[in-house]
Design a binder for this molecule. Structure first.
Ligand SMILES: [Mg+2]
Length: 257
């Protein structure tokens, strides 16, 4: 992976905007996201990271466990309204966009071609250009941004909030607004589980940082509302009726996560 300068500079933004690293929702993986609830709340499109969110890093196909949730997501938002934005596939590291084409085929979703890595503002412009070019354009505050890294995916989602939202004639009070209106931009979703161990020390640091800033900014109760509205429990591992839960099977189930 190339050196991610925008990602390395992102921590400095904490100095004037510590909330930039706070996700609205934290899930182990996308099976915990309630896509129908998101759609009902007015979210119409989604941006997904690829590595360790949908696929094993540098692999093109979906993690098999996510098949059902991914189908649910694409059905909820509609084909073309779910975009993959990766810092490996579709970048300069993917000459000719060969991997992007393969990922797009396996995941049945378009992959954004971009030269600036997440969370760069140039990458955000590319995402906006994509969603505004759709037949029914999708605005920033109608998007869900999902990824496994704080300083790329979550920071990018929160940077998109910074754009001025057109003021309604009679501004509503905070408590009169829906959760989506209150977010004033995309919903930032952090998938904290990993499918293949990668940058574990950095991930540990990210978690500690998110916890500390959440406490410091007193954001827990506000974020708990998003968590409650848009998540569901992880499905229990499937066991065929009548099948004995052998030690071998139990071990293989435990090793999955
Ligand atoms: Mg990732």
């Amino acid at each position: 992976m190339p050196l991610n300068i925008p990602g390395l500079l992102a921590p400095f933004q904490l100095l004037w905007n510590p909330r930039v690293v706070l996700p609205h929702v934290v899930v182990a993986d996308i099976r915990q996201l309630d896509f129908l609830a998101l759609r009902k709340a007015g979210y119409r499109g989604a941006v997904f990271d690829k590595d360790n969110c949908l696929t094993i890093p540098y692999k093109d196909s979906l993690v098999p466990e996510l098949q059902g949730a991914w189908k649910e997501c694409r059905e909820a938002f509609g084909e073309g309204n779910v975009l993959i934005v990766s810092n490996s596939t579709g970048t300069r590291d993917d000459p000719g966009g060969i991997q992007a084409e393969s990922v797009s085929y396996y995941l049945s979703a378009p992959v954004l071609q971009h030269n600036s890595l997440k969370p760069a503002y140039a990458c955000i412009s590319g995402i906006r250009a994509y969603f505004s070019s759709l037949r029914n354009p999708i605005k920033d505050d109608e998007l869900v941004v999902v990824g496994d890294r704080i300083f790329t995916d979550v920071v990018m989602a929160n940077r998109m909030r910074r754009r001025a939202v057109p003021k309604p004639e009679e501004p509503k009070r905070e408590d009169e607004m829906s959760l989506r209106e209150r977010a004033k931009g995309p919903l930032a979703v952090w998938t904290s589980g990993v499918w293949q161990k990668e940058s574990m020390a950095m991930r540990y640091f990210e978690r500690q940082l998110v916890d500390a800033i959440c406490r410091w900014t007193d954001s827990s109760s506000h974020l708990a509302e998003y968590q409650k509205a848009f998540t569901k429990p992880l499905p229990a591992p499937e066991v065929d009726k009548g099948e004995k839960l052998s030690m071998k099977r139990l071990w293989s189930m435990l090793r999955k996560r």
